[in-house]
Design a protein around this ligand. Sequence first.
Ligand code: URA
Length: 229
Amino acid sequence: MRLDKFICKSTELTRTEAKKLLKKGEVTVNGDVITNPATQVHENNDIRVDGRQLTARKSRYIMLHKPANTICSNVDELYPSVLHYLDVDKAFDMHIAGRLDADTTGLVIVTDDGRWSHNIISPKKDCAKTYRVWSRDVIQPDTIEKFAQGVQLQGEKGLTRPATLNIVSDKEALLTITEGKYHQVKRMFAAVGNKVMGLHREQIGSLLLEQLPEGDWRYLTEEEVNSFK
Ligand code: URA
């Protein structure tokens, strides 16, 4: 982890304040004065500010039910960030593992553990995400096979990875994918001549949104955290 990030994680200081301290030469790592905020450090290092040893706050792992008209970003844009729902210390120091579009609702995972969230985001890790999709047109049965084979998205090199489509009714289905290309579900439906009218993420890995009300959040259990390792 970057040294400035470590300082933020273990004190009340903001990133800018941490950088100022570093510049002033007030931070030591294993006895050496370090001024570069990008220096990589480990939690086991002896890191001190003004001689006081720092201990990193434990990483946080949270699930949140994202409402529509919010964004999965650390800054507010046209819509406010979902991080505003988290009434925890330094919520904006965390990041969202697998973003949703502003109009998409459902399960998002928020954490400050970048190594852990890699297991959710990286296509190489095969972490399945299940979306409930409401479409404009009737979902044709051959869409199941097309999505299983992979479809060509505009502007992408290869086909999408094999995905599982379960048709619930004429215009509703559950789609499970293991990658997270930009607007992937919407573009997959567009690739077969249909259009997504509503999108809701119900599951990531074995983690289900279940009855968590919109806008509510909770910490993941240890077992849930470990399920992504
Ligand atoms: N695919 C999309 O098109 N949008 C989302 O928000 C998530 C997956």
